[in-house]
Unconditional design. Structure first.
Ligand SMILES: Nc1ncnc2c1ncn2[C@@H]1O[C@H](COP(=O)(O)OP(=O)(O)OP(=O)(O)O)[C@@H](O)[C@H]1O
Length: 312
């Protein structure tokens, strides 16, 4: 469904100057600075997957999504979405994809939500019976009824997000891009958005690419994640493969030798052992040689594993 190969995007902007006459120099300069936002990224996404596209701030996630939706043209590399090149076949591609940018609404600010949705239906040539069927389903699924007649500018963040989600799937696109769809929402609204994504993905009907900083979203929704940082893919695979790492025994000792049983002391003066079998035996053998000040057992969780990958 999506094939990305060697995708690179370099932004080029005029150099800025500070100090006296800095603004003027900025205005007339011919010097440029370059920023490689996406750097030789390749991946494939298959029909029906829910992919978590993750990375710290500035990693290059939104830039990738903007290229996949046809908003931006890459510097180099190839992209195919449902057999189309997004930035070349922009209007056909737009009919195949729904997009939600959590930080910014795609709806018409001054129109009541229902009018915004009708306008989306008209723009995408959704036949009336299909529009009504789709709207009915979304009203139930997203609880739109209480604010359908409210102008978008008066909606709360959670209501606005539900409206944006409805607009993105009204014309039943096979592919959905969600960029931070739960940002700023309370726990109940987050849960509603997650349920909506599960329902929309159905039995593999809609493919979803999700960028988020909320790992609870990822754990609830994605089997596979692609991690990027500084524009490069650091990991692409199943979450299970990440969190199936062994549990760890973390020990601090009265004395602080350089290493204990081959494990070096870390920056915080701790010794971190992988637990493979006999935990009591492991502790006993350490205690036989050293005085233990503190110990704990850490379960691998997605957050610490991902943090570990970023800091590698
Ligand atoms: N139009 C632009 N012109 C110049 N640089 C840009 C532009 N858009 C993005 N960048 C830079 O490209 C890099 C990647 O930005 P991008 O928005 O893709 O990151 P992100 O992973 O989506 O981050 P966040 O989680 O903060 O939204 C950043 O360093 C950003 O400053």
């Amino acid at each position: 469904m999506i094939r990305v190969e060697g995708l690179t995007k370099v932004f080029r902007r005029p150099r800025t100057f500070s100090g006296p006459f800095g603004a003027l120099r900025t205005l007339v300069t011919r010097q440029h600075v370059e920023k490689t936002a996406v750097d030789d990224v390749s991946f494939e996404i298959h029909e029906g997957e829910v992919i978590g596209y993750l990375g710290p701030n500035g990693a290059g996630k939104s830039t990738t999504i903007k290229i996949l939706t046809g908003i931006l043209t890459p510097t180099s590399g190839t992209v195919e979405v449902n057999g189309l090149v997004p930035w070349r076949d922009r209007s056909v591609n737009a009919r195949n994809v729904g997009v939600v940018f959590g930080q910014r609404s795609q709806l018409w600010w001054d129109l009541p939500l229902i009018e915004s949705l009708r306008l989306v239906g008209a723009l995408y040539d959704v036949p009336a019976p299909r529009f009504e069927r789709s709207l009915k389903k979304l009203r139930d699924l997203l609880g739109l009824d209480e604010f359908l007649d409210t102008p978008v500018r008066q909606l709360s963040l959670g209501q606005r997000m539900r409206g944006d989600l409805a607009a993105a799937v009204l014309y039943e696109p096979p592919l959905l891009y969600l960029d931070e769809p739960t940002v700023g929402l309370d726990v109940v609204a987050k849960e509603a958005v997650r349920e909506f994504i599960v329902e929309t993905n159905g039995a593999g009907r809609t493919t979803v690419i999700l960028t988020t900083h909320d790992l609870a979203d990822v754990e609830a929704l994605c089997k596979r994640i692609i991690l990027i940082d500084h524009g490069k893919v650091l990991f692409d695979g199943a979450i299970d493969a990440l969190v199936n790492e062994p549990r760890r025994l973390v020990v601090t000792l009265e004395s602080e030798p350089e290493e204990v049983r081959g494990v070096p002391r870390d920056a915080e003066g701790r010794y971190v052992f992988e637990i493979h079998d006999d935990l009591p035996g492991m502790i006993a053998s350490i205690a036989a040689e050293h005085t233990i000040r503190d110990l704990s057992v850490e379960e691998p969780d997605l957050e610490s594993v991902i943090k570990g990958i970023y800091t590698r």
